[in-house]
Ligand binder design. Structure first.
Ligand code: ZN
Length: 68
């Protein structure tokens, strides 16, 4: 009866949690909140993003072997 409604709310909660997790990213090593514009954790130096690894926007992965 109200299970579809409950399932909808559950989906909303999951999406909201995922959204906030992606927004407020925390360090996987020391759980410190990630500071924006900082690729490294300010507490333990954890590397959130490897530079050059997240350039999916360009779409040309052919020249990866050229880079050293
Ligand atoms: Zn950290």
């Amino acid at each position: 009866m109200f299970w579809p409604l409950l399932f909808g709310c559950f989906l909303l909660v999951v999406v909201a949690l995922w959204y906030f997790r992606s927004r407020a990213e925390v360090c996987p090593q020391c759980s410190a909140p990630r500071e924006p514009d900082h690729p490294l954790c300010s507490s333990c130096g954890w590397i959130y993003e490897v530079p050059g690894d997240a350039d999916d926007d360009y779409g040309d992965a052919d020249d990866e072997e050229v880079r050293v």
